[in-house]
Design a binder for this molecule. Structure first.
Ligand SMILES: C[S@@+](CC[C@H](N)C(=O)[O-])C[C@H]1O[C@@H](n2cnc3c(N)ncnc32)[C@H](O)[C@@H]1O
Length: 255
């Protein structure tokens, strides 16, 4: 069985434009564009205090003097317990399951697509989930500029978009620079948990992680500390349709 629209070969063009530190000021090259313009999609100039919403723009001065308040709010949230981050949570099934199973942990989920994010915000209204925040910002930008280094003990990147086309390659979560950002956000010995259904992407992930020198090689024995996780929605679809899933646990090297 082949999946419609999926090329046979996963390609990497080293000459394709990529996301790097030079994009952090302008927001150019970020998935979803400049995070300050993204507020127009949310409709919230400032994250409402009764919603578990995290917006990068709240942390930067914009003339109303509230950024210090929002920075403190983030610091208070992070101080409540060990943090797990999920990047690209889709419909949020995996994330919500973890949040409910682990009230002693804090969770921040990133998802660019607003309709999916709203679905999780709605779920968080129905059951009190004080340990969950979600964000529609590009997680790479948040890791680079908004979240303190070493804040997370676990990061989940599950079934990341392969971004097949050369012109979209800069959006990939596994590039030399993005891996530096993932490592920056993880505490020493923290775990980067990755699953992909694209064999070529699995190879690239291992190569980029190895070349970074920031993580130990994949270690299956680390699966034990995430043994109570469930498949994501896309992953479950892959299992049902006979497509393999490649799972990795990379441990952040202590600095
Ligand atoms: C292929 S889907 C997988 C969704 C879910 N993890 C699953 O397995 O069902 C990848 C998701 O990652 C989101 N995404 C891609 N790049 C992102 C980024 N830089 N920051 C936050 N979310 C991102 C996309 O919007 C998309 O919903």
């Amino acid at each position: 069985m082949t999946r419609r629209g999926i090329p046979d070969k996963f390609t990497v063009d080293p000459a394709a434009p990529t996301f790097g530190p030079e994009n952090l000021e302008t927001g150019k090259g970020l998935a979803g564009g400049n995070p300050f313009q993204r507020l127009q999609h949310s409709g919230y100039l400032r994250a409402p205090l009764d919603k578990p919403l995290f917006q990068i723009a709240d942390l930067e001065p914009n003339g109303d003097g509230l950024h210090d308040f929002y920075r403190q709010r983030l610091a208070d949230f992070l101080a409540r317990g060990p943090l797990e981050i999920e990047i690209g949570f889709g419909d949020g099934n995996f994330l919500l399951d973890r949040v409910v199973k682990h009230p002693e942990r804090q969770f921040i989920g990133f998802e660019l697509r607003w309709h999916l994010l709203r679905h999780v915000l709605k779920a968080a209204e129905n059951i009190p989930l004080p340990n969950l925040w979600v964000s529609a910002d590009d997680a790479r930008y948040a890791l680079a500029r908004s979240l303190p280094p070493g804040c997370a003990t676990v990061m989940h990147v599950l079934l990341p978009d392969p971004w097949w086309k050369r012109r979209h390659q800069h959006k990939r979560m596994f590039t030399d620079y993005s891996v530096i950002l993932l490592a920056r956000g993880l505490a020493p010995d923290g775990i980067l948990h990755v699953r992909t259904d694209v064999p070529g992407y699995a190879e690239l992930i291992e190569d980029v992680i190895r070349a970074s020198g920031l993580f130990r090689p994949h270690d299956d024995s680390l699966a034990a500390c995430l043994a109570d996780t469930i498949p994501t929605t896309r992953e479950a679809w892959c299992y049902e349709n006979g497509f393999p899933i490649f799972t990795f646990y990379f441990q952040r090297l202590a600095r």
